[in-house]
Design a protein around this ligand. Structure first.
Ligand code: ADP
Ligand code: MG
Length: 552
């Protein structure tokens, strides 16, 4: 049986981003140093936003308009400016001004770290999100490839999540040395003991890729199964870039129709609304689990606003500590928070150790997992997205354990970079010899945790010396080297010409109720662009800016 794509058509709406650490650790060398983390477009008549010409609905997601292949399109492509650093300074100033006004008027904003309350109170201390002034070129063939992979990965993660023994066994060594993963596994074990079944399963993923310049291979960086961020702001960046090209495209030799439309936030809200409908309690609401401070709150508010305006589903925002205080489980499994029944739990927190400063937060996570509410993600989906599982799945014959369709397996394997556990002595020797060709990753999310360059060598030598089991905390990954492009990046109202590399994230949604797959779609995208000399890539963590793509 093949993967049950409800749609693999590239005319689907593309989507947006991933998770970012609670406590970003910008490096001193990091140029972009803003907190921002992990949108939306109401269509109803009474919408607050109806005055804006945001035509997210009408955009033809994933597809570049027909003109692209016409003579005119080719002409435009031929004279396009690929080197953005060659653009006339006066034109840059005009676009910069327009971009800043547009971002302010359309909610392409994050909390400004210079304002103390900007992470707590909406409407206080906002600054435009860090963005690229113009879209990054990206080959159409690789774009299509990334979109086609989305429903296959959705199905794979679902199958993996059902194999509790595989998850526990694969992470058993990690468990001994990584307290955070160990706590997640404990909750998972409890669910296995209780024989807890998640009949309705909802996923809002983002798969991240880099295009390796030398091999021209699209290689997966990771798959985010929890807190995939920027579905809201990502869509807005796409709209901003289209707007700029509609205005200045002639001067630049660029055609706005080559930017694929992005309806990530629309499709994410649709998936959440469909899950809410499956839960079948009209009085229940969606619970958004948030961090105590969240400068990326507007990205989340876009999604919740759309859920309300398009689908009439209400949300409540609660921290893990609040859920512990106000949460209650009824005998039938219903989760009440502050007396309110919860249909769907959408996590925008809970992926990092810093989200669990005390036992209270862990109690809240367990309480939610025990309930009948639909979790996005469930503990098993969360674990299935860990880096260790990514590495296990890359082993020979592993995909065959979960998927039957041979073509799907070939497609997935093609995007796997080299991935190894640290009990592979041969690869350890190679990594010590040429550390610049590897990235060392612990079981963490949110950016700023990986080890690069000479630190790989030093950490490996140290681990060898200690001879402990600490090595099980990490995996090794082949380092990917994308093409370096001249770009213009904006932060705090100022443009900077930089040489940069990019990472493409493809959003996807998956919803099933028992045997019925209700949604399995690619849902939009998020390009993140960072200066070439930076190792890490998180926008929230201050390393990257939000971008869109220009298909070539
Ligand atoms: P996190 O869960 O913290 O986001 P990632 O695996 O996505 O962890 O790594 C963080 C960043 O590090 C990525 O966004 C990317 O910029 C960079 N990175 C990760 N893996 C690689 C790799 N194999 N080659 C090159 N850069 C990488
Ligand atoms: Mg990442």
């Amino acid at each position: 049986m093949g993967v049950g794509h409800s749609s693999v058509s590239l005319s689907l709406d593309p989507i947006s981003i991933a998770a970012f650490t609670a406590e970003p650790k910008p490096k001193p060398s990091c140029f972009f140093n803003t907190h921002c983390k992990k949108s939306v477009f109401p269509t109803k008549k009474n919408s607050l936003f109806v005055g804006f010409s945001l035509k997210f609905e009408s955009l033809n997601c994933g597809k570049v308009a027909g003109e692209m292949d016409t003579e005119k399109g080719i002409d435009v492509a031929n004279k396009s400016i690929l080197d953005f650093h060659g653009i006339d300074d006066r034109l840059i100033r005009k676009m910069e001004f327009d971009a800043l006004v547009w971002s302010s008027l359309h909610g392409l904003v994050v909390g400004d770290r210079n304002f103390q309350r900007s992470g707590q109170v909406p409407g206080v201390g906002m600054v435009h999100a860090p963005i690229a002034l113009l879209p990054m070129s990206f080959p159409k063939s690789h774009w299509k490839q990334a979109c086609e992979l989305a429903p296959i990965f959705n199905e794979l993660i679902d199958r993996v999540s059902l194999d509790g023994k595989f998850l526990q066994d694969s992470l058993s060594r990690t468990k001994k040395v990584d307290a955070f993963t160990s706590r997640l596994l404990d909750i998972h074990s409890k669910m296995l003991e209780m024989n807890k079944k998640e009949e309705i399963r909802l996923a809002l993923h983002r798969a991240d890729y880099m295009l390796d310049e030398k091999t021209k291979l699209l290689l997966q960086i990771e798959l985010n199964t929890i807190s995939s961020s920027f579905p809201g702001l990502g869509c807005l960046v796409t709209e901003l870039h289209r707007t700029l090209l509609n205005e200045y495209g002639e001067d630049l030799g660029l055609d706005s129709k080559r930017i694929p439309s992005n309806t990530a936030v629309g499709q994410f809200s649709e998936a959440l609304a469909k899950a809410w409908t499956e839960y079948n309690n009209p009085r229940a609401v969606a619970l958004v689990v948030v961090q105590t401070e969240e400068r990326n709150m507007y990205d989340q508010h876009w999604l919740c606003t759309m859920l309300k305006e398009r689908h009439n589903v209400r949300t409540v925002r609660k921290t893990l500590a609040e859920i512990d205080r106000e949460g209650q489980l009824l005998p039938d499994g219903t989760l009440l928070v502050d007396g309110q029944a919860i249909a769907v739990i959408y996590f925008r927190a809970g992926y990092a150790p810093t989200d669990y400063p005390s036992e209270s937060e862990w109690r809240a996570r367990l309480l939610m997992e025990q309930s009948s509410a639909i979790k996005c993600p469930s503990i098993s989906y969360h674990l299935a997205g860990s880096k260790k599982i990514q590495q296990e799945l890359a082993k020979p014959n592993m995909l065959e354990r979960f998927l039957e369709n041979k073509e799907d397996i070939v497609k997935l394997r093609k995007c796997f970079a080299g991935l190894w556990s640290l009990d592979d002595l041969d690869i350890i020797r190679k990594a010590i010899d040429k550390p610049e060709l590897f990235v060392m990753k612990p079981q963490r999310e949110g950016g700023g945790n990986n080890i690069y360059g000479n630190d790989v060598k030093e950490t490996l030598l140290q681990l060898q010396k200690e001879g402990s089991e600490e090595d099980a905390a990490y995996i090794l990954m082949q380092r990917i080297f994308p093409t370096v492009s001249p770009t213009i990046l904006m932060r705090d109202g100022i443009c900077h010409k930089e040489h940069a590399i990019s990472e493409l994230g493809i959003y996807s949604a998956y919803l099933r109720n028992n045997e019925k797959v209700i949604m399995n779609d690619q849902c939009g995208y998020l390009m993140r662009t960072k200066i070439a000399s930076s190792n890490e890539g998180g926008v929230a963590a201050g390393f990257a800016v939000l971008d869109s793509i220009y298909l070539t």
